[in-house]
Design a protein around this ligand. Structure first.
Ligand code: NAP
Length: 236
């Protein structure tokens, strides 16, 4: 049985994660973290991750909070020996590297996934391959009006992946509109042709298979993994 604490538990992703995790016989939610201390009918709620992990024994911390607090939440989890599985976006590459070093020092596994949608992972992988054959590309990402970070973690990460395999020139455009969920097109321009690789998450349900996979797999890992693709076989 994998014992799990969810932070950001009363947010949109936190609520959906709770619902899906509770359907699994091999997962158990042992507590919730909410900065406003909202009550749950059956589960204890704590104000901070540190407080929750001091009082509850948990294998995994699932975090869907905000860019302002996620870094400290991951540090608290690692210090308590709890594996972080993080969907919150907005961490910088240098913050991720610092967290990876801390996890290595404490010999604890974890997953930080800017995007848990399996289709989005494939979109990033295809874009990484296409980048080898084009000199210019534009990334156009769209999210709901209230999304705090800009550009999205997925767009920044796609950009980073494309540049590891190519000296390609890129630009990221962010669209924030009511009605959008999570969308990204990577448009490559070549001699007399345009290639567009596109992914649309139509509901938050699209993130759940990847989240559940990460919770399962993190138990077998002893490093802090950045990117869900590292848990999948994407070789050609
Ligand atoms: P949301 O509904 O706004 O939920 C965020 C939660 O964090 C809320 O419960 C919010 O509480 C809480 N929160 C706000 N400020 C806080 C603080 N200072 N300390 C602690 N908790 C705080 O947002 P969401 O749609 O669930 O998204 C959450 C995160 O997941 C975002 O970073 C988003 O980009 C990311 N995300 C990732 C994926 C992925 O696949 N990796 C998919 C979707 C979303 P209040 O609302 O009461 O302030």
């Amino acid at each position: 049985m994998i014992r799990i604490v969810i932070s950001g538990a009363f947010g949109k992703m936190g609520q959906l994660a709770l619902e899906h995790i509770q359907k699994r016989d091999d997962f158990e939610v042992v507590a919730l973290v909410d900065h406003k201390g909202r009550a749950h009918p059956f589960l204890s709620t704590y104000f901070t991750v540190d407080e929750a992990l001091r009082k509850e024994s948990a294998h995994v911390l699932v975090d869907f909070t905000t860019p302002e607090v996620v870094y400290e939440n991951i540090i608290a989890a690692i210090r308590h020996g709890t594996r972080p599985v993080v969907g919150t976006t907005g961490l910088s590459i240098s913050e991720v590297e610092t967290l990876q070093a801390l996890a290595a020092e404490k010999k604890i596994g974890g997953v930080i996934a800017p995007n848990f949608a399996l289709g989005a992972i494939l979109m990033m992988r295809f874009s990484e391959i296409a980048a080898r054959y084009y000199s210019h590309a534009e990334i156009i990402e769209g999210h709901r009006l209230t999304k705090r970070d800009k550009p999205s973690g997925t767009a920044a990460y796609t950009d980073q992946l494309m540049k590891t395999s190519s000296p390609i020139q890129t630009e990221i455009h962010s669209v924030r509109l009511p009605g959008l969920v999570a969308h990204q097109a990577v448009v490559f321009g070549g001699e007399g042709e345009i290639l567009t690789i596109r992914h649309d998450a139509l509901s938050r349900e699209s993130f759940m298979p990847g989240l559940l996979l990460a919770i399962e797999q993190v138990m077998e890992r002893d490093e802090l993994i950045y990117g869900l693709e590292k848990l999948l076989d994407l070789s050609l």
